[in-house]
Write a protein that binds this ligand. Structure first.
Ligand code: HEM
Length: 361
């Protein structure tokens, strides 16, 4: 009788594992880690190297740069216009692709990543997406995204042609059309991907003030960018606005025209608002869109799922809840979504917030 119950319990456990999509680990790596596919073991030494030596164990300039690079490589694909997507062409064909105005500043993350690619003998396409997935694990609040390996070296139709990477001075319609063309992204997918601007800043828009963040908390992945971009703009962080820059609400903070318009355009404003203060919604929508972005130009069936190499996500600190920066009030929010009011947030106490620049690597 006991054995009958035990057998039944084991069968239902096995069924649960299959239904939940978690296969039993099939390989043990040299360091003792369990992975579904032995080929994934090769990524643990890369992980152990880049966390301290590329990213300095922090969600800083190098982590931000790695995340941006993953987007600029992947989005270089159009079913009709060419490009190989997430294929590493932005590194392999950097002589061409770094000439594109939208790729300004990418020489930094490329220069930082290149020695690790050579040392670990992996393809640039894989490394770029791996580094981005790992960079997110250093940013508290960021979700744990997946990682697929197996992108070959880029061949024809690389390099990507110019004009495929959205610019901050493009219209919402142009950006949405481009993102849809590249990977079928919906307007909500695009807004979710812009959560990346929560751990981001600009070096090249106004080169006199490198590392100017897009929200007041650039080392954590939270929803502040969705709140702060909805505030009435009153100032420029530098002496003169750069191309694609509009007024921000907070000293030391830069606002991209594209983010500003996404928060206000009828096609995207309710999605934008829905993410303000709702980190679980952002995490889930961002993960889904990011995982699709990282395989643009590939048939996922040709790749190996090595998501089990990506470390667990870091939670947001308890006291890091959504808020208005000090000096702002709810009436500074420019309501844009026509069907629902923007959620209410409390302002931080004290004198008006001034955001320090992101220390440059
Ligand atoms: C779709 C429209 C987008 C536009 C127009 C846009 C534009 C920009 C611009 C102009 C910068 C500043 C570059 C500089 O001056 O250094 C920037 C930074 C950044 N972007 Fe985007 N972006 C978009 C989407 C994305 C996406 C989808 C991701 C990632 C999933 C991303 C990740 C980042 C990151 C992490 C940075 C900060 C880089 C750093 O601090 O070094 N962006 N973006």
């Amino acid at each position: 009788m006991f054995f009958k119950h035990l057998a039944a319990a084991l069968v239902s456990l096995a069924t649960l594992r299959v239904v939940s999509g978690t296969p039993y680990p099939r390989a043990t790596c040299a360091g003792g880690q369990q992975v579904a596919n032995e080929a994934c073991c090769a990524w643990f030494p890369v992980l152990e190297d880049i966390v301290p030596n590329l990213f300095d164990n922090e969600c800083g300039d190098d982590a931000h740069g790695a995340l941006r690079l993953s987007f600029h490589d992947a989005i270089g694909f159009s079913p009709t216009g060419g490009g190989g997507g997430a294929d590493g062409s932005v590194i392999v064909f950097q002589d061409t692709e770094l000439q594109f105005p939208a790729n300004a500043g990418l020489d930094d993350p490329i220069g930082d990543e290149a020695p690790f690619i050579a040392k670990h003998n992996v393809t640039p396409g894989d490394f770029i997406q791996f580094a981005a997935a790992v960079s997110l694990t250093l940013c508290p609040g960021a979700p744990r995204v997946g990682f697929m390996m197996g992108r070959p070296m880029p061949t024809e139709p690389s390099p990507a042609p110019d004009g495929l990477v959205p610019e901050p001075f493009d219209s919402v319609q142009k950006i949405l059309a481009r993102m849809h063309d590249a990977a079928g992204f919906s307007p909500t997918d695009v807004v979710a991907l812009l959560a990346s601007h929560s751990v981001a800043g600009a070096d090249t828009i106004d080169p006199t003030i490198p590392g100017t963040p897009f929200d007041s908390t650039p080392s954590v992945f939270d929803t502040q960018v969705f709140i702060e971009v909805q505030l009435r703009g009153t100032l420029f962080p530098g002496s003169e606005p750069g191309q694609g820059e509009v007024q921000s609400a907070v000293h030391g903070e830069m606002r991209l025209q594209s983010d500003h318009l996404m928060a206000r355009d009828p096609e995207t404003n309710c999605a934008w608002q829905s993410f303000a203060g709702n980190l679980p919604a952002v995490q889930s929508a961002f993960t889904s869109a990011f995982n699709r972005m990282s395989v643009i130009g590939h048939n996922p069936a040709d790749l190996i799922d090595c998501s089990d190499v990506i470390p667990g996500a870091l939670p947001l600190p308890r006291n890091a809840g959504p808020h208005l920066p000090a000096g702002q009030t709810q009436s500074d929010i420019e309501q844009a979504c026509a069907t629902k009011a923007f959620p209410t947030f409390t302002a931080q106490p004290g004198p008006a917030t001034t955001v320090p620049a992101i220390p440059q690597a």
